[in-house]
Write a protein that binds this ligand. Structure first.
Ligand SMILES: NC(=O)C1=CN([C@@H]2O[C@H](COP(=O)(O)OP(=O)(O)OC[C@H]3O[C@@H](n4cnc5c(N)ncnc54)[C@H](OP(=O)(O)O)[C@@H]3O)[C@@H](O)[C@H]2O)C=CC1
Ligand SMILES: O=CCCC(=O)O
Length: 342
């Protein structure tokens, strides 16, 4: 086994020790490094091998970075090559296509924008499937629908490799801090094999059975989140309209039964009409679109989500696709303005 891979195994084992769970990741990473350097850290679960990472956007970059900082031997690829540079500075290797990453690594993770890009990177020309073979694993952590995930699973497993879907709950900051929540489904032995890596990048993980269940869980969580954000936006605007200070509303909400980290985190900047991107609005709208299709597939009506989706679509048409999803409040403002003009 390569020295770096061994270090990764020990780092991951150290990361699994119960007292370390929930610590700020930087502290954990330095603890892991110290444990490795001192020769401490035998026993526990070990990851044996090299790790590929495809897709270095808002989420993929910090996730890959945490693996590197934990001592893993990581090879990266991104469509826009310049986004690989910070990872290369940290010690990552580079390969010029998803196929070559998959060929050179034991397990490859993918964090892509949407179903189309996830399928293209896994199954398209030069895609990961071309580099996979028996004994290798492919873990798709992108948020996609179950049908896309099953399609990718079929391509991957037809090479003899194993497949795990593992979308994440948690945004940019939890990704940086290694505090994501993994919603996994698919090959259980691959799940167990990569568990040490998931524990470097996240604070918890769920194994949900067959491929499609992780995607479904993620879409249900995000449809609730998208509707909550719309309801919160309506409250902020209404409070202002009736002469209240929306900052006080944020504080009142934070102390009561509907308190949510999302409101406390995003409320103050929303009041200032600032939307620094953690979760791009276009991805939230994609998730609502996919959740609506999921609900349709079991003939369930989700009218609140349908209404929220329309607002995110309006926000996109206002040029806010790349802003944080909290910018959906601007679609409401536009609606209020146009109704006042009528
Ligand atoms: N941001 C968040 O808070 C969270 C996001 N997610 C989900 O994670 C996934 C990634 O999100 P995030 O990192 O925020 O998104 P970004 O938009 O920051 O990154 C998207 C990534 O996908 C790549 N990509 C897009 N289209 C293609 C394509 N056609 N071929 C190859 N690569 C492509 C981009 O490459 P390039 O750099 O070249 O554009 C980039 O690496 C999404 O599915 C999202 O829903 C899940 C949890 C939280
Ligand atoms: O998919 C994005 C989720 C963002 C979050 O969980 O805060």
């Amino acid at each position: 086994m390569a020295a770096a891979a061994f270090l990764c195994a020990r780092a991951a084992a150290a990361a699994l020790r119960p007292p370390s769970r929930g610590l700020p990741r930087r502290l954990l990473a330095s603890r892991v490094a110290a444990a490795s350097a001192s020769g401490e850290g035998g026993g526990g679960v070990e990851f044996q091998g090299t790790v590929g990472f495809l897709g270095l956007g808002i989420m993929g970059a910090p996730m890959a970075s945490n693996l590197i900082k934990a001592g893993c031997d990581v090879t990266v690829w991104n469509r826009t090559k310049s986004k690989c540079d910070p990872l290369l500075s940290l010690g990552a290797k580079y390969e010029p296509s998803p196929a070559q990453v998959a060929l050179s690594c034991d397990v490859t993770f993918a964090m892509l924008a949407d179903p189309e890009s996830a399928a293209e990177v896994a199954c398209g020309a030069g895609g990961a499937a071309e580099g996979l073979a028996p004994g290798k694993g492919y873990v798709d952590v992108s948020t996609v629908d179950g049908a896309t995930s099953k399609l990718i699973a079929e391509h991957i497993t037809s090479t003899g490799a194993s497949f795990l879907e593992a979308p994440v709950s948690g945004s940019k900051k939890p990704a940086e801090d290694g505090l994501l929540i993994f919603l996994t489904a698919g090959d259980e032995s691959l799940y167990k094999r990569v568990a040490p890596l998931l524990d470097v990048m996240g604070k918890s993980r769920f194994y949900l059975g067959d491929v499609g269940n992780g995607a479904a869980m993620k879409l249900v969580v995000n449809m609730v989140m998208g509707s909550m954000m719309v309801s919160f936006s309506e409250g902020l605007l209404l409070s202002e309209k009736v002469g209240l200070d929306p900052n006080t509303l944020v504080e009142v909400i934070s102390q009561g039964a509907i308190s949510a980290p999302m409101f406390s985190l995003k409320g103050p900047s929303m009041v200032k009409a600032a939307y620094p991107t953690a979760f791009p609005l276009q991805h939230q709208q994609k998730d609502l679109r996919l959740a609506l299709a999921l609900a349709e597939s079991v003939s369930q009506s989700i009218p609140t989500v349908a209404a929220a989706n329309e607002l995110y679509k309006t926000a996109k048409s206002l040029g806010l696709a790349d802003h944080d999803f909290s910018a959906v409040i601007e679609a409401l403002k536009a609606k209020v303005q146009s109704s006042q003009q009528q």
